[in-house]
Design a binder for this molecule. Structure first.
Ligand SMILES: [Mn+2]
Length: 309
């Protein structure tokens, strides 16, 4: 049997990497095989390396092209966010918690739930199939769920996520998931050794709207002030991306997980319409909006409403 590669989106975040690892593990166990191989679509970000290293889980190898491969897509389903070669891959399954934007010529298994993390869905599948989750795996999955749900504070977090987070905390022997979550967000907040590009790309997604290609990056932080001295340079780098990669707009929003709001940095070929989409005016390409914490539920819909009509 040929290998089936389990892969998350480009600019992989913790949820997409741990989803690939844990889902490949679950499928191998259920089917008593080893054909499911977790891989990643790009350089792992800082907290991903930190968590996998700390809990002794191997970082998957990078797979540069999906062409000619059998693949399971986790944590994404839009081709714009998938690894190169997706058009020439054989997709056998999708497991995701984002909006469905997918057309395919064959009937395939699609598991999509409106929950806070892909790892939440995978946790529930381990439970359904009565497969034990090893402690180190449980800890990594818990970490991914805490990041994706911003320690349960994101509007994307459901009651089911909270229940699963509590369940995994037990398996992982984590006494306070809030403290564990803050530990991860502190790792994230240390940006001193990251380049401007690494900050922008650390959790960055492309959206192909009718009016053009939009790049929307998000950084969640426990300390917004560390970004202040670097905002000018970040904006310059984003401007460069617009020119070199033909974006309509590149937006980076820095989410203060304690205050529960986001500071937007915006570069665009049409700033006025971005202001319209965000419902507020920019000041020197910057803007703070209280209550915004989620790209999926709050930011991307604002842009698609304005630019994907
Ligand atoms: Mn996710």
């Amino acid at each position: 049997m040929s290998n089936i590669y389990v892969i998350g989106h480009k600019s992989p975040d913790l949820d997409s990497v741990v989803a690939a690892i844990s889902y490949a593990n679950l499928k191998n166990k259920i089917e008593n095989t080893d054909i499911y191989k977790p891989v990643i679509a790009g350089e792992a970000n800082k907290e991903t390396k930190y968590i996998l290293e700390k809990y002794n889980v191997a970082l998957p190898e990078k797979l540069d092209s999906l062409a000619g491969k059998k693949v399971i897509l986790v944590d994404h389903n839009e081709f714009a966010q998938a690894q190169e070669g997706i058009e020439d891959a054989e997709i056998v399954e999708i497991l995701d918690h984002h909006k469905l934007d997918f057309k395919y010529s064959n009937p395939i298994e699609v598991i999509i739930k409106p929950w806070g993390a892909s790892c939440s869905i995978i946790t529930s599948l381990y439970m359904q199939n009565l497969v034990e989750i090893e402690k180190s795996m449980a800890t990594c999955m818990l970490a991914a769920m805490l990041v994706d749900t911003v320690i349960t504070k994101s509007p994307t977090c459901t009651d089911i996520d909270i229940e699963l987070i509590k369940h995994l905390s037990g398996v992982a022997e984590v006494s306070s998931f809030e403290d564990f979550g803050m530990e991860i967000f502190k790792v994230r907040s240390d940006i001193s050794d990251l380049s401007d590009e690494e900050i922008i790309k650390s959790d960055f997604k492309d959206f192909n709207f009718k009016d053009g290609k939009f790049g929307i990056g998000q950084v969640e932080t426990a300390d917004l002030s560390v970004f202040e001295p670097r905002e000018g340079a970040l904006l310059e780098k984003m401007e460069e991306m617009i020119e070199q990669e033909a974006y309509h707009s590149v937006v980076l929003f820095l989410t203060d997980i304690i205050k529960g709001g986001s500071r937007f940095l915006v570069t665009s070929t049409d700033e006025a319409r971005v202001e319209k989409a965000l419902g507020s005016s920019l000041e020197n390409k910057r803007l703070y909006i209280d209550g915004i914490m989620s790209r999926k539920k709050q930011v991307a819909p604002k842009f698609s409403e304005e630019f994907d009509k």
